[in-house]
Design a binder for this molecule. Structure first.
Ligand code: PMT
Length: 223
């Protein structure tokens, strides 16, 4: 039976690893497959939401009933999210966004000549932080990929980026994080740790997260 908890709600999910180009044939990216974000988009759609999935580089197959928007760089993802942010009720930022991009993009293929080539990188805009600053009615869910001091860094990200919930994964743990079919997550709210989930398939993690999100959105709306 189809569910309706999010009927009439507009949801944005970001997924995948952004691609930052060096030249026409080379780029910097990361190991994100998009599986976590795609599973979240599907779980939201299953609850009746109108879902837009903004995806960078992914290997996950498209989802029926979910609007898919392809982007490449952090900058393109920022623009795609901001264009839709005012009308969104819920935003889930599962994408692995580059923190740095090449200062310049060579218009033609970079040729080899010197022994060493130094790449100059500059910071990208933090999309989640930007959304946190511009938040009005939206429910904002961030992710944190950590390898140490998970709770401490997660709580710091939650506060700095003005998130309603923050989902932390220890990406050094086996069966968790980038490019695997399972994840191990901890969910934080402003009061601290809310829930620690065991290792589960990403689809199941997404179901559990959506249940928690729906519950907290109701509490927030009730005021
Ligand atoms: O795609 P999969 O292979 O299924 O893997 C899932 C995942 C490991 C990518 C996912 O579970 C995850 O942890 N996503 C967030 C990865 C990440 O970029 O974490 P972070 O701690 O560097 O960033 C924290 C948050 O800020 C994230 O919500 C990120 O989307 C956001 N961010 C980061 C940098 C930036 N410039 N803009 C952002 O919005």
């Amino acid at each position: 039976a189809s569910r309706t908890e999010l009927a009439g709600k507009s949801v944005i999910v970001t997924a995948g690893g952004t691609v930052e180009r060096l030249d026409p044939v080379r780029f910097l990216t990361n190991d994100s497959s998009g599986k976590m974000g795609f599973a979240l988009a599907e779980a939201a759609a299953n609850r009746g939401a109108d879902v837009t999935l903004i995806a960078a580089r992914t290997t996950a197959p498209p989802i029926e009933g979910v609007k898919l928007i392809r982007v490449e760089s952090a900058q393109e993802m920022l623009q795609a999210v901001l264009e839709r942010y005012d009308s969104a009720d819920l935003v889930i930022k599962a994408a692995a966004v580059a923190d740095y991009r090449p200062v310049s993009q060579a218009p033609t293929k970079i040729k080899k000549n010197e022994e060493k080539l130094v790449l100059e990188l500059e910071r990208t805009t933090d999309i989640l932080k930007t959304l946190g600053e511009r938040k009005t009615h939206q429910f904002l869910v961030g992710f944190a990929a950590e390898t140490e001091r998970v709770a401490e860094y997660a709580m710091s990200k939650l506060a700095r980026k003005n998130c309603d919930l923050l989902v932390a994964n220890d990406v050094s743990e086996e069966g968790a994080g980038f490019n695997v079919d399972t994840n191990v997550v901890q969910v934080f709210g402003e009061e601290g740790l809310i829930e620690s989930l065991p290792q589960l398939p990403k689809r199941e993690v997404a179901e559990r997260l959506l249940e928690r999100i729906v519950q907290r959105m109701r509490t927030k709306a009730a005021g």
